[in-house]
Design a protein around this ligand. Structure first.
Ligand code: MN3
Length: 200
């Protein structure tokens, strides 16, 4: 069955002024849609056509991996942001960030440094890797779960994610993501499911 572009979890202008409706219109409506369309073209009539997105990501490489992973990554990214985001994590995620990074400010510093340092296109992630939280950056469509790491949240650092609003200023976009957009509730849900999966 063909994949469909999932709707944004908020209105297109809901993240303004930090991320404009114009950016979301292109990024979701054109870029994310293009990954979905190309993925469907690649799997049509093949043995991947009835597989889940995660199964395709885990069992493919090259062009098919790239399209499938980019579909997944973007859906995860939309959910990593929310209107009125930013602030602080709470509960056990807050404690884990304290333990793994020596505080929220140091986590934010590491996340920004890794995102700015990713040469060319890619993603910066907070992941759970065994018992620890880590910051990792990945190039192009690469996705932490292929290395056994569980994504907790992500920021897209491809130029198309920020160029209309921030031009070349990737550091400002990542700072704004951390201060005003990040959805700590979504991150906490992912952290709790990762802990439950590890305990099972
Ligand atoms: Mn993108």
């Amino acid at each position: 069955m063909a994949f469909e572009l999932p709707p944004l979890p908020y209105a297109k202008d809901a993240l303004e002024p930090h991320c404009s409706a114009n950016t979301l219109s292109f990024h979701h409506g054109k870029h994310h849609q293009a990954y979905v369309t190309k993925l469907n073209e690649l799997i049509e009539g093949t043995d991947k056509a009835d597989k889940s997105l995660e199964e395709i990501i885990k069992t493919s490489s090259g062009a098919l991996f790239n399209q499938a992973a980019q579909v997944w990554n973007h859906t995860f990214f939309w959910n990593s942001m929310k209107p009125g985001g930013g602030g602080k994590p709470s509960g056990s995620l807050a404690q884990a960030i304290e333990k793994s990074f020596d505080g929220l400010d140091k986590f934010k510093e590491q996340f920004k440094t890794a995102g700015v340092g990713q040469f060319g296109s890619g993603w910066v992630w907070l992941v759970k890797d065994d018992g620890n939280l880590k910051v990792v950056a990945t190039p192009n469509a690469e996705i932490p779960m292929t290395k056994g790491q569980t994504p907790i949240l992500t920021c897209d650092v491809w130029e198309h994610a920020y160029y209309l609003d921030y031009q070349n200023r990737r550091p400002d976009f990542i700072q704004t993501f951390l201060d005003n957009l990040v959805n700590w509730d979504f991150a906490a849900e992912n952290f709790e499911s990762a802990k439950a999966a590890q305990a099972a």
